[in-house]
Design a protein around this ligand. Sequence first.
Ligand SMILES: [Zn+2]
Length: 76
Amino acid sequence: MAEIIRMCIGCRGRFNQKLLNRFKCEKSKVISYNGFGRSFYICEKCIKDKNIDKKIFRVCKNNKIDVTTLREIVNI
Ligand SMILES: [Zn+2]
């Protein structure tokens, strides 16, 4: 079975989907992907990087989105 490869929005590196954290933008916050709509991926390294916030603002097309949930979800 072929691996599913997805790109991290932070470093743009390509990883096995299983190694990535998957999220989506919903209204005013970032939530864990729930199976509906568009999602995006962040690798383990980038999720600890403060600069990831800007990348998320761009992906979500919303520079006021609450990204604090991101770190709560992954327990950082
Ligand atoms: Zn990354």
